[in-house]
Ligand binder design. Structure first.
Ligand SMILES: [Zn+2]
Length: 226
């Protein structure tokens, strides 16, 4: 009887935690990794920014952490030297549209164009075209799916939102991550937020202390640790 209850519990757990995500992942993209592996991804949206990027890189580099940056194409173009620096440092650079519009309000050709223009900026800089797109605000609909399918892009969403863009203090960012991080989490943060940079050393130390490996989104997509 006990064994039966345990098996049912396990099946329910797998269905809730992993089953639907597997389907979701194979069709459209990824919002969370494998809940059985102690891995997380750190993602930084809306960059590159004019200031704060060197500081962010300095922290990540000091821990040898390879993060994933969702870049806004027009900023990647304007601050191309920072974009190239991020690329040289081995970060994963992914698509966050060209102008950061409300993509869900656009029609399919516009959505395609937004994603293409961001890709084109990266291509002009000699940066490998990335497969992940994160729609601004994380909102998506069928028009966005269709556009992405056409472009062979995948949704790169998140499972843990630090809401660091609200200007919350470093302590809160740390507490939120330390208090709720789970296996396979994709953590959402932003470029150009000084409080995030300040919180990061403590965050990374705590993640490492608990045995988490910090990997890039593409590595998580490919099944985690390689
Ligand atoms: Zn954004």
């Amino acid at each position: 009887m006990l064994r039966r209850i345990m098996l049912i519990s396990l099946a329910v757990f797998i269905f809730i935690e992993w089953g639907p995500l597997t389907n979701e992942r194979s069709k459209y993209g990824i919002a969370k990794g494998n809940p059985f592996i102690k891995e997380v991804v750190l993602t930084f949206d809306d960059g590159p920014r004019e200031t704060g990027m060197q500081e962010l890189d300095a922290v990540l580099s000091s821990f040898d952490v390879k993060a994933t940056f969702f870049l806004v194409g027009k900023f990647a173009e304007r601050y191309s030297n920072i974009t190239l620096m991020l690329h040289r440092q081995g970060y994963e650079l992914a698509n966050h549209t060209y102008t950061h519009p409300r993509l869900y309000q656009d029609n399919t050709p516009h959505i395609v164009r937004q994603a293409e223009r961001c890709d084109e900026v990266l291509e002009r800089l000699g940066i490998r075209k990335t497969r992940f797109l994160r729609p601004p605000g994380g909102h998506f609909n069928m028009k966005i799916f269709n556009a992405m399918r056409r472009m062979n892009l995948r949704l790169g969403l998140w499972s843990l939102n630090t809401a660091d863009y609200t200007g919350r203090p470093p302590e809160e960012i740390y507490n939120l991550i330390a208090g709720s991080v789970r296996n396979g989490d994709i953590i959402l943060m932003h470029s150009g937020t000084p409080n995030t940079v300040e919180a990061l050393p403590r965050v990374i130390r705590e993640l490492k202390r608990r045995g988490f490996t910090i990997i890039r989104l593409e590595d998580m997509w490919n099944g985690g640790r390689t």
